[in-house]
Design a protein around this ligand. Structure first.
Ligand code: 3PG
Length: 307
């Protein structure tokens, strides 16, 4: 089968080598398509692809229509909001992710961003310590649990909210369960977001929630920029000069925020949570193995779409 690795943000070279090895040893042909400039180039590149490995690359209905032989798309990572599942399902194209494979990298970045903000973006201004502070984790999945464990090791108190988990499951993950957003936001010096971008979560982190945070609190977003209500965030930061926002995914109004709020806001220049060679190797190789297995045995364990 012809497998296209389409990554606008490439995997580390060592991961690409490993992916190629797994696929070619199983008899597949591999084409590498990295750092493309335009979405239109991606649309052209999929013409004869039978399988796709992607990261945050946008597999739109147009991409799917341009790939008549496509049978499987594996998102090497967790979030699959960049894939048009409906368009894929209509063609019975299997879409998978590689859950957990890049979680540690994202969790380490979330902790790093907390410390970076606590220490006023590594400027000489007097900062604060995270030890003894309370961290509220919104969604206690693979990344949330790792953030919690690392924060605990650094002396933080950790709470978590996750409507899909029982109190026992949250406690087993090392966090104190909380049951409402109000409780989470009002009781946390740091709130770390680990929710996916879904119709129900997009724009859900709004002025009301953000302003529930206690004095001096910081909102940490290594999830998706879409979950933030950007106007609400700006209003909250304007009215509450004690609040801070740090994110791996710059909001559209980031230039305005930076101009208005200076060191109280920070965004990485490019989404980099999963950008470690370890995460690239884990997620990339898992994607390659899932494709090999799918074509060899029909195994679709990590399929995320249905028809
Ligand atoms: C994910 O959903 O796995 C992360 O956001 C990583 O995205 P990336 O592969 O584009 O870095």
């Amino acid at each position: 089968m012809k497998v296209l690795i389409a990554t606008q943000k490439p995997f580390a070279a060592v991961a690409v080598e490993g992916i190629k090895k797994i696929l070619t040893e199983a008899g597949h042909e591999v084409v590498l398509f990295e750092k493309y400039a335009e979405q239109a180039d991606f649309v052209k590149a999929v013409a004869d692809a039978e399988a796709l490995i992607i990261r945050s690359d946008k597999v739109t209905a147009e991409v799917i229509a341009a790939a008549p032989k496509l049978k499987i798309v594996v998102r090497a990572g967790a979030g699959y909001d960049n894939v048009d599942l409906e368009a894929a399902s209509a063609r019975k194209i299997v879409v998978m992710n590689t859950p957990g494979q890049n979680s540690n990298a994202v969790a380490e970045l979330a902790v790093a961003l907390m410390i970076f903000m606590a220490r006023t973006q590594f400027t000489p201004a007097t900062g604060s310590e995270i030890q003894g502070k309370t961290l509220g984790i919104q969604a206690f999945g693979a990344v949330g649990r790792l953030v919690g464990a690392k924060a605990k090791a650094l002396g933080m108190k950790v709470k978590a909210l996750d409507p899909f988990l029982t109190d026992e499951q949250i406690a087993a993950g090392g966090a104190e369960p909380v049951h409402t957003l109000d409780e989470l936001y009002s009781g946390s010096d740091y709130v770390s977001l680990h929710i996916p971008a879904l119709p129900s979560t997009i724009g859900s982190i709004n002025y009301e929630l953000i302003t529930k945070m206690p004095k001096g609190a910081t909102l940490v977003n290594t999830a998706r920029k879409e979950v933030i209500d950007e106007a609400g965030l700006e209003k909250a930061l304007t009215e509450r000069p004690d609040l801070k926002y740090v994110t791996d995914v710059a909001p559209d109004n980031f230039a305005a925020l930076q101009e208005k709020f200076g060191l109280r806001v920070f965004a990485t220049p490019k989404k980099m949570g999963a950008q470690t060679s370890e995460a690239n190797i884990n997620a990339g190789l898992a994607a390659a193995r899932q494709i090999v297995d799918f074509f060899a045995t029909g195994n679709a364990k990590f399929q995320v779409n249905k028809w």
